[in-house]
Write a protein that binds this ligand. Sequence first.
Ligand SMILES: [Zn+2]
Length: 125
Amino acid sequence: MSTPSKIEKLERRRSRLIGELLKTQAMIRGSFGTVHRKCGASNCWCAQAGGHPVDRINYSEQGRSRTKAVKSEDVSWAREMTENYKRFRKNRQALRSLEKQINQAIDDLEAKVVDKTARQRDYVT
Ligand SMILES: [Zn+2]
């Protein structure tokens, strides 16, 4: 594939990725998870079994890992919002990698065009 068509192809992918990013209407920073905690009451079922499920969002703030409890009626919402965030971050990562490739391809293009032009006159290098 020629360098210009390679750049155009990458640019179309870049444009689709930005479209995906712009579609995101709501998200929560962090990931959803469920842990099981014993409540401490010796007569509770959980003293023998795994513990009570606690739904929460895990996130990091200033390099520290933190959690927020999620109300049971909000579990599916919180899952969806953290999935949106995950997808958004994944798309941003893909965008960064694509932009790097576009930049490299433009470097190639520059070198090729400069070389080709230099061959037109013997005093141009
Ligand atoms: Zn318990």
